[in-house]
Design a protein around this ligand. Structure first.
Ligand code: G2I
Length: 455
């Protein structure tokens, strides 16, 4: 109850207020014992499209210097609808000299992603590693101020372009201590993590703010429990945290455990979203990849899965061949398992809501007809599908109502007006329908089709 009172004290807008709504929806779900209903039959042929049909994303880490490799971008553009810059948003990349910010490589990835309807996860604002030299040599209040300024500047630069930030990365120690990791940031005071979250919240109130770590996948591990206790404490005190990232680098020393689903659902029950943020698995066993995806789909608040690279040769652990595509860019057995899991998975469904009575809007003027249909609705977002008739090559304009935001699209090539609320979707050879997910941000108005033109 303390938790809910704290939540209620926050302003009733933005994702932090949405958390209260989602909590209420989750409670209702539990009360009605209708948490999971079979999803509609799904036949997505790419990871991103199949995940989107389940209201999730399927993402990958991207390196800016590979965007000129057409074999790489062909797979990226075809398969993924979310992107995490692998190194380009880290502190050493974005503030190489104190007070001098450098966003070129990160902007390149963000632009590549957003122009293709992919969402962006920001990684990472505050971390003991990959600090530029000037920061490594700082301590105390000067370091605290420098860290907070970094969080503010970088989150402000990417405001509106990044759907989720790894605000703080890897702040807990390995092993059985359950303690914080010793670092120059930790030595500025135990409250450095919440200070970073508050700075990020002030700079970008609409991004989801995540804590991200590795070896926090096994529910029985001390490190997992320590992060869980921190998140529970943050929620009880109103620290603005929205999500927890589970890196999920699995290998023989740190294997997947079947209690992973318990980990995801236990954190989600605290009132945060959960995300699989850096998945790779030594040897890429199909069964383990399938299990991870099934575990995410089984947890309503698991937003999506990001793999840490595209081809094995792109991996930080290339010799372990841990990814979904081989060095030649061919799909591995694990790819097929992941796609099947996404297509077979159940769709977590909110309690029945009154269906909208407004008929689809198809204003005249185009030589084709676009019909919008409502898709799955969750506590914070909903899917829509638009079917086009009368043209095989088309341009459809769709508007959502501010503060709604379209967070992902599939089966089309989108561009946006300057407000971000009007999307022009062009056919891209994927057929005569496209879809998109809208973050409601408290507004459940139906998106409106403004025009359809044959092109
Ligand atoms: O270590 C795996 C990941 C663990 N979680 C946090 C992630 O940020 C981390 O990613 C890896 C990148 O995949 C590597 O690409 O982080 C490493 C350290 O930041 C990255 O390695 C760095 C090398 O240390 C640099 O020498 C190199 O210049 O990659 C850079 C770019 O290739």
């Amino acid at each position: 109850m303390i938790e809910r009172c704290q939540e209620d004290a926050r302003p009733r807008f933005g994702p932090r207020a949405r958390t209260a709504v989602v909590l209420a929806a989750a409670a209702l779900l539990a009360a009605t014992s209708a948490a999971f209903l079979p999803g509609t039959a799904s036949a997505g042929t790419t990871l991103g499209a199949s995940a989107a049909e389940k209201g999730r994303y399927f993402g990958t880490a991207v390196a800016a210097n590979k965007l000129s490799d057409s074999a790489y971008t062909t797979i990226l553009n075809r398969e993924f609808n979310s992107v995490t810059p692998e190194n380009e948003m880290k502190i050493d990349a974005t503030e190489p000299q104190q007070g001098r910010f450098s966003y070129g490589a990160a902007d390149q990835i963000v632009s590549h992603a957003r122009s293709r309807g992919m969402s962006v996860r920001g990684h990472t604002l505050a971390w003991h590693s990959q600090q530029p030299g000037w920061m490594q040599s700082m301590s105390g209040s000067a370091l605290r101020q420098a860290m907070l300024n970094h969080v503010t500047q970088v989150a402000t630069h990417f405001r509106g372009q990044v759907v989720a930030w790894d605000v703080v990365n890897e702040a807990f120690a390995d092993g059985s201590s359950g303690a914080r990791r010793d670092s120059n940031l930790q030595r500025t005071g135990n409250d450095w993590i919440e200070a970073a979250f508050r700075a990020a919240d002030a700079a970008d109130p609409n991004a989801k703010l995540c804590y991200n770590d590795y070896n926090t996948d096994n529910w029985t591990h001390a490190k997992t429990q320590a992060v869980y206790n921190m998140v529970r404490d943050f929620k009880s005190r109103g620290v603005p945290i929205d999500c927890v990232g589970f890196q999920s680098h699995f290998n023989n020393d740190s294997p997947y455990n079947s209690n992973y689903r318990t980990t995801l659902s236990s954190f989600a029950a605290l009132g945060v979203d959960v995300q699989v943020t850096e998945l790779d698995i030594q040897g890429a066993p199909a069964n383990t990849y399938r299990a991870v995806v099934e575990d995410c789909l089984a947890v309503a608040r698991c937003n999506g899965v990001t793999v840490w690279g595209i081809r094995d040769s792109d991996s930080w652990r290339a010799s372990q061949t841990p990814l979904l595509f081989n060095n030649s860019g061919q799909k591995k057995a694990a790819y097929d398992a992941v796609l099947a899991a996404l297509n077979n998975g159940t769709t977590p469904t909110d309690p029945p809501t009154t269906p909208p009575t407004t008929p689809p809007t198809n204003p005249p003027g185009g030589s084709c007809t676009a019909t919008l249909q409502d898709g799955t609705r969750w506590g914070d977002r909903f899917n829509s599908t638009v079917t086009v008739s009368g043209a095989s090559s088309w341009t459809v304009v769709v508007a959502v109502t501010s503060p709604q935001k379209i967070s992902s699209t599939w089966n089309g090539s989108p561009t946006w007006d300057s407000s971000g609320n009007v999307m022009t979707m062009r056919s891209n050879g994927s057929g005569n329908s496209f879809g998109f997910t809208t973050m409601a941000n408290g507004n459940w108005n139906r998106p409106v089709v403004q025009s359809c033109t044959a092109s």
